[in-house]
Design a protein around this ligand. Structure first.
Ligand code: HEC
Length: 153
């Protein structure tokens, strides 16, 4: 019994914690709309850095990782817009994201491809090629926003 008691105590403690976690109020749980908006803001920050490098005709090599991260983000986008995440947190998501799912996923994969290519070009140090592909990426962002995001202002 002396050995068994702490084990039972431990199980009880675990059960109590598990119940407390389940009963946590909604606002302490990750909000998928806020997560995707934060991710987009980080992507925007990376894009702003690349934009400055392009304007300065700087060596693109240091931007290969950032571009690769944007490519990964493109793959994640569809998963961050599950059904039911069309309202709340001041979302700018248009209903077309769900009514034209194939088009939305294509827009995300276009961005993934553009960013992957940007990363590959960055590694070669080709300044002009990098600038040209950066424009392709910007167009891929804009194309999706035009169709699937409400204007922000
Ligand atoms: C496949 C569609 C799609 C692509 C591609 C896309 N976006 Fe967006 N973006 C959206 C949607 C939809 C929202 C609105 C999200 C929300 O409010 O729930 C958004 C929101 C944003 C926001 C605002 C986030 C906030 O804080 O509310 C920024 C900034 C942004 N995108 C930047 C970019 C950049 C930069 C790229 C390209 C590198 C890009 N997006 C590519 C669909 C896309």
């Amino acid at each position: 019994m002396r050995i068994a008691m702490p084990v039972i105590g431990g199980v009880l403690l675990f059960a109590t914690v598990a119940v407390a976690v389940r009963a946590a109020p909604a606002e302490t749980e990750p909000n998928i709309i806020e997560m995707r908006q934060t991710g987009y803001d980080l992507v925007q920050g990376t894009v702003t850095g690349i934009k400055e490098a392009v304007a300065a005709k700087a060596d693109p090599k240091p931007y290969a990782d950032g571009a690769a991260a944007i490519a990964r983000w493109g793959k994640l986008i569809p998963l961050l817009f599950p059904k039911g995440s069309d309202t709340g947190n001041n979302t700018k998501a248009k209903p077309e994201i769900w009514s034209d799912r194939a088009g939305f996923e294509k827009a995300a994969s276009n961005m993934n491809e553009a960013a992957s290519k940007l990363s590959e070009i960055a590694k070669t140090g080709n300044v002009e090629g990098f600038a040209a592909q950066f424009k392709v990426l910007g167009d891929a962002c804009g194309a999706c926003h035009k169709q699937y995001r409400y204007r922000t202002s």
